[in-house]
Design a protein around this ligand. Structure first.
Ligand SMILES: CC(C)(COP(=O)(O)OP(=O)(O)OC[C@H]1O[C@@H](n2cnc3c(N)ncnc32)[C@H](O)[C@@H]1OP(=O)(O)O)[C@@H](O)C(=O)NCCC(=O)NCCS
Length: 171
């Protein structure tokens, strides 16, 4: 007998404008990320949808948002695809969903050969996520201090820049 299909398949797709408030809510409820304005999430979903992905369960947009990744292509580094925020709802963590979102993100970023992100030293889950991505893609991971703590007014930690590449098999 064939194995049962996954009873809770999770689908990924590019974000649309209507996902802006859902993403903002996930950031608010999931913790661990800087919470940006509702306006900014809307603008990202409208103008940067090429590099913004969401994950949903079988009920699609009628069900909860399970995860997202948002980023952009830095104009001064055309080889790079920069991950600005990635998050998975607490109930859906630990199943490889963030890794799937990063894979979709780079696969959809035409011509990108490097994945970039910044991560705080204390965010172990995020560091593991990007280390795992580098391993899976058999790519080099370079980490260097990027945004110093002094430049944040609110006691925010330093952000380290992660650069992963070269990535092969990009369309
Ligand atoms: C970071 C986050 C997105 C990971 O989501 P996830 O779907 O649970 O991650 P995955 O299941 O794809 O796991 C990816 C890797 O990270 C590791 N990992 C995930 N959560 C972890 C944790 N809390 N502690 C240690 N390692 C962890 C996994 O073991 C896996 O490692 P592997 O590749 O060696 O097997 C999620 O914890 C989250 O939303 N955190 C809050 C927001 C945040 O900090 N975002 C990142 C900064 S932009």
């Amino acid at each position: 007998m064939p194995p049962d299909p996954d009873p809770t398949p999770i689908g990924l797709r590019r974000a649309t404008l209507a996902d802006g408030p859902r993403i903002e809510a996930l950031v608010r409820e999931g913790g661990g990320l800087d919470r940006n304005s509702a306006y900014l999430y809307l603008i990202m979903c409208r103008d940067f949808a090429e590099t913004c992905w969401v994950a949903e369960g079988p009920r699609g947009a009628a069900g909860p948002l399970l995860g997202f990744v948002m980023g952009y292509r830095p104009p001064t580094r055309p080889e790079a695809a920069f991950v600005w925020q990635v998050a998975v709802s607490p109930a859906a963590r630990g199943q490889g969903l963030a890794g799937r979102l990063l894979d979709a993100f780079v696969t959809g970023a035409e011509g990108a050969s490097v994945l970039e992100a910044t991560v705080t030293p204390s965010n172990t889950a995020s560091r593991r996520l990007f280390e795992g991505f580098a391993r899976r893609h058999d790519a080099r991971l370079a980490i260097e201090p990027d945004l110093p703590a002094e430049l944040f007014a609110d006691g925010h930690e330093r952000e380290d820049r992660f650069r992963i590449g070269p990535l092969r098999s990009q369309p």
